[in-house]
Write a protein that binds this ligand. Structure first.
Ligand SMILES: *Cc1c(COP(=O)(O)O)cnc(C)c1O
Length: 432
């Protein structure tokens, strides 16, 4: 594969942006090589600046559940554009998208649109604090919640720890109000709640943790998290920026039938344009300004073009059989590759939930917490990534990232991708 044009653009970009990118993982630092600059996408495919085509399993990191440049979504965007792009005043399109969501989602009663997943989480944390009058937040090691100061923390040593900052520029005073515990560890959570409940506003979790591998939690554990937060009078925030409208229209809340207190959204909700949102019961949402004392605002929030794109996409998701079809296709991919890997005895397993998958190198035993991921196994992923890229299959450029199947990935394309992955594993493990 050629990298001439992408390489030149990347070089130019180094003069403009830190690391040549506007979001760090795009820089290909973990897999090595030059990032592809993308010229266009259609359906399941993207084309790079050198004119080469790839079957895309990154799908913009999740938002594009219908694939690239979906005709229906594009049509809605174009029609809306003719009427202007932003007013800073309410439009009927906000009602339309909110109505569609609230009618079909049993776990929230009111919603507020923002512009990104990070903003949704930041606002949800403020809401939890403002509503409860408490300050501390508990998060889990291995869950990502955007670049919110209070949540850019990693665990210190020990069972229950006050967070240590995982980014320069995040004040110690901020992370001192964040408690970090390990996923899938009931004792750690219970002991943290015993110690901190009086000052703990909320526990925040990715119910389907998909930003540090795919750390699938057992439903019983998630129910435990719900029950024990209720017992200690602490709010539970489901960060469904990835899982919302992906694991099913009602996300993880619907999949497990667990009602959190606040849910955050992003990615799919905007149909490929920048939208985030948070929702909760009427009672909790009444704390948000201008109804209540928790201030939160946005010049471009509820942007009409973005609302139109989100509406068009979510309406498609509501068609009967949509999620079943996506899950079946993803299952076909993971089954084919896993059978091949097992028959060869490779230390590898594809993990799946709904239309999310993760390529996990290791002994195949379930990985439910961040500390169970072995960093040295990433070298295998990096080799596979290089092979697949050379052969026209695009994955997010990090072994800690998951892949996404869209409705544009047909059965035939899935079968083709599975064969490429099998061949790639043969190459990686030196058996071809
Ligand atoms: C992507 C993501 C975010 C951050 O969303 P941005 O739109 O990138 O700011 C937050 N939480 C989760 C679970 C995510 O997957």
């Amino acid at each position: 594969m050629k990298r001439e044009v992408s390489g030149a653009l990347y070089q130019e970009a180094q003069n403009y942006f830190p690391g040549g990118v506007n979001s760090p993982v795009r820089a290909f630092r973990s897999v090595g090589g030059t990032p592809l600059f993308i010229d266009r996408g259609k359906g399941p495919y993207i084309w790079d600046a050198d004119g080469q085509r790839y079957l895309d399993f990154c799908c913009s990191w999740g938002p594009l559940i219908l694939g690239h440049a979906n005709d229906t979504v594009m049509e809605e965007i174009i029609q809306t554009l003719h009427n202007g792009t932003s007013f800073g005043a309410p439009t009927r399109l906000e009602n339309k998208l909110a109505g569609l969501i609230l009618e079909n989602h049993r776990y929230i009663e009111k919603i507020r649109f923002v512009n990104s997943g990070t903003e949704a989480v930041m606002s949800a944390v403020r809401l939890a604090r403002g509503y409860t009058g408490k300050n501390k937040i508990l998060k889990f090691e291995g869950c990502y919640h955007g670049h919110v100061d209070a949540l850019l923390v990693k665990a210190g040593s020990g069972l229950v720890t006050l967070g240590t900052s995982s980014s320069a520029g995040v004040p110690e005073a901020t992370v001192n109000d964040t408690i970090v515990v390990t996923l899938n560890d009931r004792k750690a959570l219970e002991s943290a709640l015993q110690t901190y409940a009086d000052d703990l506003a909320a526990v925040i979790i990715e119910p389907i943790p998909a930003n540090n591998g795919l750390l699938l939690q057992q439903p019983e554990y998630l129910r435990f998290v719900r029950e024990i937060t209720q017992k200690y009078g602490v709010l539970l925030i489901f960060d469904e920026v990835i899982s919302g409208f992906r694991a099913g229209f009602e996300g993880a809340a619907g999949t497990y039938d667990i009602a959190p207190d606040i849910i955050t959204f992003g990615k799919i909700i905007g149909g490929g344009l920048p939208v985030g949102a948070y929702g909760a019961s009427r009672e909790i949402m009444s704390a948000v300004s201008p109804d209540g004392p928790v201030y939160q605002a946005g010049t471009l929030s509820g942007n009409p073009v973005a609302m139109a794109a989100g509406f068009a996409q979510l309406q498609k998701c509501l068609e009967p059989g949509f999620y079943e079809r996506l899950e079946a296709r993803t299952r076909q991919l993971t089954n084919t590759v896993n059978e091949h890997a097992a028959s060869k005895g490779y230390l590898f397993k594809m993990v799946q939930q709904a239309s999310i998958f993760w390529l996990a190198f290791g002994d195949g035993s379930p990985i439910r917490s961040a500390e169970e991921i072995r960093a040295e196994n990433m070298q295998w992923f990096n080799k596979l990534h290089t092979y697949l890229l050379e052969n026209g299959v695009y994955l997010g450029p990090s072994g800690y990232e998951v892949g996404f199947v869209s409705d544009a990935h047909t059965d035939d394309l899935i079968a083709e991708a599975a064969q490429q992955m099998c061949k790639g594993l043969d190459v990686v493990f030196g058996e071809d």
